[in-house]
Design a protein around this ligand. Structure first.
Ligand SMILES: [Mg+2]
Length: 241
């Protein structure tokens, strides 16, 4: 049986449902902006906000400011737009503290792998360093990860789908790619690049916007949740917990 020494995980739509969370947070923000005096129907705000996110990217820090700039003044007559923006931001952050939670099976399996095996567990994630790190801290998963095995694209100056990101994680930890595994949901970012350097690439096909897309190369296995994944580790790598 092949020897496996390390498993790296994707964060968004792998450890938690990013899509579900974003939906909750955005809709809470919209309600809160309406309460603060934005006089437009939810659908109209939603459409405009989706456009802003699309145009400025999801990592942009001022979605609600842009939204207000694009909204005719008559829809918030007599109200300081900063109050409406703040209401949106507040609701978004409150949703984060209440609802940003990992999949339950993700936590259970990470707990088992970290306590019952000598596998090195880490993360390779695309995004802004503090934003991605905050997700790990909020989900309380850092306790299961090796502190030196958290790799965030913006912090390294290498973005997915560049395979160098994966190479860097392996070389920093003295791992051969063949003994290292990556688990993620995005076929073009999470399967093809690690495959191209000889890592074991596992596709988490569970939710999210890439659900219907296919990778160019074949994943070692497609799993639907972390229990599936644990079975696979037992069958193919003799990892028993
Ligand atoms: Mg993802």
């Amino acid at each position: 049986m092949p020897k496996l020494r390390a498993i790296f995980f994707d964060i968004d739509d792998t450890l938690y449902s990013t899509s579900e969370f974003a939906e909750l947070a955005r809709s809470a923000a919209i309600d809160s902006m309406i309460d603060a005096g934005l006089d437009l129907d939810r659908e109209a705000i939603r459409e405009e906000l989706d456009e802003v996110i699309h145009e400025f990217s999801s990592n942009y820090e001022h979605h609600f400011d842009r939204l207000l700039l694009r909204t005719p003044r008559r829809h918030y007559k007599g109200i300081n737009p900063a109050i409406i923006v703040a209401a949106g931001v507040m609701a978004y952050h409150e949703t984060k503290s209440r609802r940003l939670a990992p999949y339950e099976d993700a936590i259970e399996v990470l707990r088992l792998l970290s306590s019952k095996t000598d596998l090195l567990l880490g993360v390779i994630s695309e995004g802004l360093e503090v934003k991605q790190a905050e997700k790990l801290v909020r989900m309380r998963v850092t306790q299961f990860l090796s502190p030196n095995a958290i790799f965030i694209s913006n912090q390294l100056g290498i973005s997915k789908p560049n395979p160098k990101l994966y190479q860097r994680a392996c070389s920093d930890l003295n791992l051969r790619p063949a003994e290292s595994m990556y688990v993620g949901d995005n076929p073009l970012h999470d399967i093809d690049p690690p495959n191209s350097i000889g890592m074991v690439a596992v596709r988490m096909r569970r939710s999210g916007k890439y659900y219907h897309e296919e990778s160019n190369s074949k994943p070692a296995r497609v799993v639907q949740n972390f229990w599936d994944f644990l079975d696979y580790l037992g069958q193919e790598f003799d990892i028993k917990v």
